[in-house]
Design a protein around this ligand. Structure first.
Ligand code: 3DU
Length: 208
């Protein structure tokens, strides 16, 4: 299943791409570029226009109180899930988890992730198995790591993998390694025909 990473600034463009691709997309991920460019109301507008669930990729990483102050407004705005960084500690994670469903970053897809974040993956998996979030973020650029994480993660906790397409990851490989969702941004929203680009990835996953 595909999560569309809608990292554009402009509201009209975002709504147009969301509408064009919604038949092939399971959820939409909204990150800071779109929130800064179009305002928090974009979450409700995307939901109304597509009927899809919305992930707010805020990568929250603050003290529990601040995490809570931010998360409350974002859930109120219609977000179904908020992405949270676990490296700030269990209390900061739980502060968000008490308000709504969360997704934890257990590993990242870019080269710099190898420096500080990825060495802590085992600890983050442990925390995820305890907190039981909706899902975790794992690197679509490294299928062997997706497999590693899947083997250690509690059944039922989903794996979402960014890094597909523009960052070099392959959708089918990530799914075969254990991902439940592939997160795809530029390869869809920058494509000449976003609907066609989404359909191609959809077909690739289904083995067509
Ligand atoms: O590279 P793309 O354009 O397909 O976008 C990937 C999205 O996923 C983007 O919103 C980015 O912020 C997010 N993401 C990663 O790329 C890698 C991670 O480890 C976590 C989130």
């Amino acid at each position: 299943m595909i999560v569309l990473a809608l990292d554009v600034y402009d509201e009209d463009r975002a709504l147009k791409i969301a509408e064009e691709t919604k038949d092939y997309v399971a959820m939409i991920k909204v990150n800071w570029p779109l929130i800064i460019g179009s305002g928090l109301d974009i979450i409700r507008k995307l939901k109304d226009r597509t009927g899809l669930k919305i992930i707010a990729d805020l990568k929250l990483a603050d003290i529990p109180n601040t995490n809570k102050l931010i998360a409350r407004k974002v859930y109120e705005a219609g977000a179904d899930y908020i992405i949270v960084h676990p490296f700030v500690g269990r209390d900061s994670v739980e502060a968000v988890n008490e308000l709504g469903e969360i997704i934890l970053v257990v590993e990242m897809s870019h080269p710099g992730a190898l420096e500080f974040i990825n060495p802590l993956t085992d600890k983050f998996i442990e925390l995820a198995n305890d907190v039981e979030p909706f899902g975790v973020i794992a690197p679509g650029t490294r299928p062997e790591r997706v497999k590693y994480i899947r083997e250690r993660l509690k059944e039922g906790v989903k794996i979402l993998t960014p890094g597909i397409g523009a960052q070099g990851g392959k959708a089918k490989e990530a799914i075969e390694a254990g991902a439940d969702y592939v997160i795809v941004g530029r390869s869809i929203y920058n494509a000449p025909n976003p609907r066609e680009a989404a359909r191609e990835i959809y077909d690739e996953i289904r083995g067509e």
